[in-house]
Design a protein around this ligand. Structure first.
Ligand code: FAD
Ligand code: MLT
Ligand code: ZN
Length: 475
């Protein structure tokens, strides 16, 4: 890539205006590193367009000049996908000013939003018309719809509503050469050729810049019943899923799991956090059933499920939230793990899925192999057990120097990913590949699958200027 010219920077500033361009060294670090400080790069400029036309013009000019563009939303991603490389020649295209809710349509049951809209604002706009936009993540106060779509985000309600891919009906995208594809259709049935929007969803900004989306809304579920339970092992967590479904059917919205180690990190770092159960237990679960206002029977369904689970020795203890504040406190224990683990020094993240029935054997065998590989390594296991998705993360053993711990990362991660492959799972359940898992993807993905991905990249971005170096490298 050529170094960026002062003339191009002047051109880009003319497109986005003085409010839309950052080049002063002091202004850039918030955009050139991820929130964990795990990925760091440099950039020639951070450009913040305020309309689709401005995005298209910025991308077109960068394309003509041979300059690479790195799309960025809320910068909450966990794989380095929104971080520029080390050269200092790339432009970060930050979508935060493109944040209008263009339309909320209770007849079509859709919401049309710009890419930089923060997820929580989209949820609130849906709620204002008595609907639910069901994507729910711990980062929802900061992440953007564009980033959610680009990573095909999952979160805590996938069990009921699917990934964000399942919630998207139409997209508007600026292609790597600056053309605009207007695929912003609110149609539930649309078989007119290839489903192109699905190419851009989960592509982590490597095929184009998502500028707006039409998203599906569902009936609101303000009535919620939530319980925190203790479990003896992962076998029990898998069996409880069946019990919940039997009694709660499609009202079951979340089934989350966390190890004692994961909870203890939250309790050690968040001053308000309390274990809602008296004794420590090996595993904890968070279950939620939800329904429309005035729904009856949710509590009875939850109680029936818990009773059966106790009768089958699947649960050691349980507490049901008695108020919205108690519910929020339970969720903050679960959603606080990511931040708490970050406060405990460097961590190795493994966001993996395996078929649900294989989770118990996977966890037992991998835990033991990891302890052989680095005795005392802390297993911080938590995640969306109802989806077969665990964050099988590692933190350094007490007394080990962080640099020495990171020196073991290749060996430790190989233990995890070999076990995932043996179980027929995926090396990335919901966070994506970015740069963090690029080498892992090259090792574990089917060679034909990798070649197809490279072919798609070459077809849409022949000059390799749209978020280069992320997901797959040219073969
Ligand atoms: P960014 O981090 O800015 O970017 C992520 C990727 O998308 C990058 O490759 C970037 O280039 C690309 N991108 C961003 N915007 C666009 C655009 N408009 N067009 C094209 N490409 C774009 N993730 C989950 O899936 N499930 C979870 O439960 C979850 N929980 C989290 C909890 C916490 C506390 C944190 C910090 C993160 C969590 N995440 C989770 C990860 C993260 O929040 C998601 O990946 C989120 O979707 C990223 O959105 P963002 O706007 O921050 O994107
Ligand atoms: C979560 O489920 O909490 C997230 O995906 C974030 C993480 O794994 O750090
Ligand atoms: Zn997650």
């Amino acid at each position: 890539m050529p170094p960026i010219s002062p003339l191009l920077l002047e051109d880009l500033a003319a497109v986005v205006g003085p409010m839309g361009m950052l080049t002063a060294p002091g202004d850039l670090p918030a955009y050139t590193a991820d929130w964990r400080g795990a990925h760091r790069g440099r950039a020639a400029a951070v450009v913040r367009p305020a309309s689709t036309a401005e995005v298209a013009e910025v991308v077109r000019r960068c394309h003509l000049a041979g300059v690479a563009v790195v799309p960025q939303g809320g910068n909450t991603g966990l794989c380095g996908g929104a971080t520029p490389d080390e050269t200092g020649d790339q432009v970060v295209l930050q979508l935060g000013r493109l944040r209008r809710i263009r339309d909320v349509d209770p007849v079509e049951d859709t919401i049309t939003v710009e890419a930089g809209a923060v997820l929580r604002d989209v949820q609130a706009s849906a709620a204002a018309v008595g609907r639910l936009f069901p994507l729910s993540l711990g980062s929802e106060g900061s992440c953007t719809i564009g980033g959610n779509l680009a990573t095909n985000a999952g979160g805590t309600a996938v069990l009921r509503y699917g990934m964000v891919r399942d919630l998207a009906l139409g997209l508007e995208v600026v292609l790597p050469d600056g053309r605009i594809w207007d695929g912003l259709r609110p149609l539930r049935k649309d078989n007119a050729g290839y489903d192109l929007k699905q190419l851009f969803i989960g592509a982590e900004g490597t095929l184009g810049v998502i500028t707006a989306a039409v998203l599906r809304l569902v009936p609101a579920t303000p009535r919620r019943v939530t319980a925190w339970v203790a479990l003896p092992d992962v076998d029990a967590a898998v069996a409880v899923l069946g019990v919940l479904r039997e009694h709660g059917g499609s009202n079951v919205t979340a089934w989350e799991l966390m190890s004692h180690e994961a909870l203890s990190m939250v309790l050690a770092t968040a001053s308000q956090a309390r274990n809602p159960l008296a004794a420590p237990h090996p595993w904890y679960g968070l279950v939620e059933l939800a329904g429309p206002d005035g729904a009856v029977g949710l509590t009875a369904e939850l109680e029936a499920a818990l009773s059966e689970a106790f009768a089958r020795d699947l649960l050691l203890d349980a507490v049901v939230a008695g108020s919205p504040a108690q519910r929020a406190a339970l969720w903050s224990l679960r959603e606080g793990i990511s931040e708490a683990q970050n406060l405990h020094g460097p961590s190795l993240k493994h966001d993996v899925t395996v078929p649900i029935r294989r989770l118990p054997a996977f966890v037992a065998a991998t835990a033991s192999a990891l302890d052989d590989a680095l005795p005392g390594v802390r297993l911080v296991t938590y995640g969306h057990v109802g989806d077969g998705n665990l964050h099988f993360n590692l933190s350094l053993p007490p007394g080990l120097d962080p640099a020495a711990f990171l020196g073991h990362s290749g060996r430790l991660s190989k233990v995890v990913y070999d076990a995932v492959a043996a179980a027929g799972g995926s090396i990335s359940a919901e966070h994506g590949i970015g740069t963090a898992k690029r080498a892992i993807a090259a090792t574990y993905l089917d060679p034909v699958e990798l070649e197809l991905m490279r072919a798609v990249k070459r077809a849409l971005d022949p000059r390799g200027l749209m978020n280069p170096g992320k997901v797959v490298l040219p073969g």
